[in-house]
Write a protein that binds this ligand. Structure first.
Ligand code: PAF
Length: 281
């Protein structure tokens, strides 16, 4: 497995790979890798001749310095695991390498970036879009793999690629869950033992919502979610929305024939967890 720290050496490697006619897959990450990321790598390995993974904690997508500071960093374990998975290239640049000067690009995704995560983490998706565009320009992948756990991010990346007409196929991958249902996340390792025990209640409530949705109104489903999580005083719901799956606009009523996604962010103690389920009426 090759490890590159600079843009120049990464571009050289990619140029050579492409000159051999190899197809290229790419998994962008911020490290602290877990089974969810490993599934993305495995899928990329199945579908491409050469797979790259980036590990870069992107400072400009954190709207709170505290959150950036606390973001888990486990580079040695990450590299060991990527090696075992037969990943071909790890791109692990420094902040100075990625941002020799501030990048002030502002993207407009027609409102996709303003709801849910975007509402509570201003500037977050702009930071994601800036770094993903840079990474795509460096790695030039044929396919890039994103988890559905970050459903809004996935939707925005698809919009970015469409807007900039980038020649990369975005491949969505199912959320990988712990056996008790908790969505895999780098943040899970910051939960205390007690918090970890109750964390699966978030997915339990979401799953029930997806099962009962056809007989209920949006208001009733919201009420149900709040009621389920109220059982745990350690939990605080930041938002729970049922949104149109296409434009992510939160809805108050269901319309026949449309598809929806129920998304939430919940603070469990100091850790902010997000999850979602699709709603097919
Ligand atoms: O999902 C993530 O880990 C990050 O938002 C991404 C896509 C790697 C950009 O920094």
């Amino acid at each position: 497995m090759l490890i590159a720290k600079t843009i120049e050496e990464t571009k050289e490697i990619i140029k050579e790979v492409k000159s051999k006619g190899f197809s290229t897959g790419f998994v962008p990450t911020m490290g602290a890798l877990h089974e969810g990321h490993f599934e993305l790598i495995r899928k990329a390995k199945n579908e491409n001749d050469f797979v790259s993974c980036s590990i870069f904690v992107n400072p400009i997508q954190f709207n709170k310095t505290e959150d950036l500071k606390k973001y888990p960093r486990t580079i040695e374990d990450d590299i060991k695991k990527l090696n075992e998975l037969d990943c071909d290239l790890v791109f692990n640049p420094s902040v100075e390498e990625m941002y020799p000067k501030p990048d002030n690009t502002i993207y407009d995704f027609g409102g996709l970036e303003k709801v849910m995560e975007g509402k509570f983490r201003p500037g977050h998706f702009n930071g994601v879009a800036v770094v993903v565009k840079k990474l795509f320009d460096i790695i030039e992948p044929d396919r890039s793999y994103f988890g559905e756990k970050d459903f809004q991010q996935l939707t925005i990346i698809k919009a970015l690629v469409k807007k900039l007409k980038m020649p990369v196929k975005i491949v969505p991958c199912h959320t990988v869950r712990e056996p008790d249902g908790l969505a895999m996340s780098s943040r899970n390792r910051r939960l205390t033992d007690d918090e970890r025990k109750i964390a699966p209640a978030i997915y339990r409530a979401l799953k029930t919502i997806s099962e009962i949705a056809s007989n209920k109104s949006v208001k009733e489903l919201k009420g149900f979610f709040i009621q389920q999580l109220r059982k745990y005083p350690q939990m605080e719901i930041e938002y729970f929305e049922i949104s149109n799956i296409e434009d992510l606009s939160p809805v108050e009523e269901f319309e026949k024939g449309k598809k929806y996604v129920a998304c939430t962010a919940v603070f469990l103690g100091k850790v902010r967890l997000i999850d979602n389920v699709s709603i097919n009426l």
